[in-house]
Design a protein around this ligand. Structure first.
Ligand code: PBG
Length: 327
């Protein structure tokens, strides 16, 4: 050894493509990706979502096709959002057996039900005329326990329509326990709960609210979604959901909350999912469209980071494309 030169040479393991391949961890796999899909009632053609280039509100037909493509590419799961033609105060379409999400779940169960995990987003904001995630009281608050009854009913409707997993996203206290009891009571004990356990009151949901037409008509969601500065509360929320019977613990958004993903993954033994949300998608697509970022590399980098932080499962609007690239 020559004096003055380093003995530890980490670069030995990055020197050639062959050695880099040898030491590379398994990384993101298609089967761990979940594709979010929007289906809208009463449209004849898919409707582009302006703030999410490449994402559309599907017709029932185009939804079947997109689902089949995702499954063919190796994507591990689909999560469905329904947008009804008519909304009301209690979100009636959420648990109507003839509601758009139930119809679409039935379509997908028949089309790809044996080959994928069919998940249903379980919330009221897509179905209420006021756009809040629950039942609103005359004073404008969201009534936690009245909302739980609606979630319980929607869970049973989604299970009956063919969902393998329901994914409650409204951040009401006790939602997992209420849904578990309702599913078990209706003989859907095999239907799992992928709980949005840790969900911040984030500005990154902006484009989604265009896609799902669920922006609150007054106020915001800060009275039920979490305060982004408080990391400790994430563990409390996650552990409560474990106790209440969740099967998968989800954290959302992803990229701005890698520390939270890491902490939760270290604290629970259930699979951990992270949702790379609409705003995360939109900002990368917008920068790439301007030629300011290398789109494919940045997509890969963000997914790798989310996986490295501890997410076993990643929900991403790029799921089909990335799955194809990884195969
Ligand atoms: C419904 C719901 C939202 C998202 C998933 N489920 C919106 C919200 O809470 O405001 C956001 C997903 C995304 O931004 O991609 N409660």
């Amino acid at each position: 050894m020559t004096a003055g030169f380093p003995t530890a040479r980490p670069r030995r393991l990055r020197r050639t493509a062959a050695v880099r391949r040898l030491v590379a961890p398994p990384g993101v796999r298609p089967g761990n990706l979940v594709l979010p899909l929007f289906v809208k009632e009463g449209i004849r053609e898919p409707q582009p979502v302006a703030s999410m280039p490449g994402v559309v509100q599907h017709t029932r037909d185009s939804l079947r096709k997109a689902a089949a493509e995702a499954v063919h590419a190796g994507v591990g799961g689909l999560i469905l959002f329904g947008i009804p033609a008519a909304k009301d105060g209690r979100g009636s379409a959420a648990d109507d057996p003839a509601g758009i999400i139930q119809q679409a779940l039935g379509d997908l169960a028949a089309e790809v039900g044996h080959d994928t995990v069919l998940m249903a987003d379980l919330c009221l904001c897509e179905y209420t005329d006021h756009g809040h995630c629950g039942i609103v009281t005359p004073s404008g608050d969201v009534d936690n326990d009245a909302t739980l009854e609606r979630y319980a009913s929607a869970a049973v409707a989604q299970a009956a329509a063919g969902a393998h997993m329901v994914a409650p996203s409204g951040m009401m206290d006790g939602q997992v326990a209420a849904i578990r009891a309702a599913l078990d009571g209706a003989a859907f004990g095999e239907v799992a709960i992928c709980a949005y356990s840790v969900k911040y009151a984030s500005a990154f949901y902006g484009p989604f609210r265009e896609a799902a037409e669920g922006a609150p008509q007054f106020g915001d969601r800060a009275a039920y979604q979490q305060d982004l500065g408080r990391a400790g509360e994430a563990l409390r929320e996650a552990l409560l959901d474990v106790d209440e019977g969740a099967d998968i613990i989800m954290i959302k958004p992803a990229l701005a909350y890698l520390d939270v993903i890491s902490r939760v993954a270290g604290a629970v033994s259930l699979p951990v999912a992270a949702y790379q949300v609409s705003g995360e998608y939109a900002m990368i697509e917008a920068a790439a469209a301007n030629g300011w970022l290398d789109r494919d590399r940045v997509i890969n980098e963000t997914l790798t980071a989310i996986h490295r932080a501890g997410a076993d499962i990643i929900l991403t609007y790029w799921a089909t494309e990335v799955a194809r690239r990884l195969r």
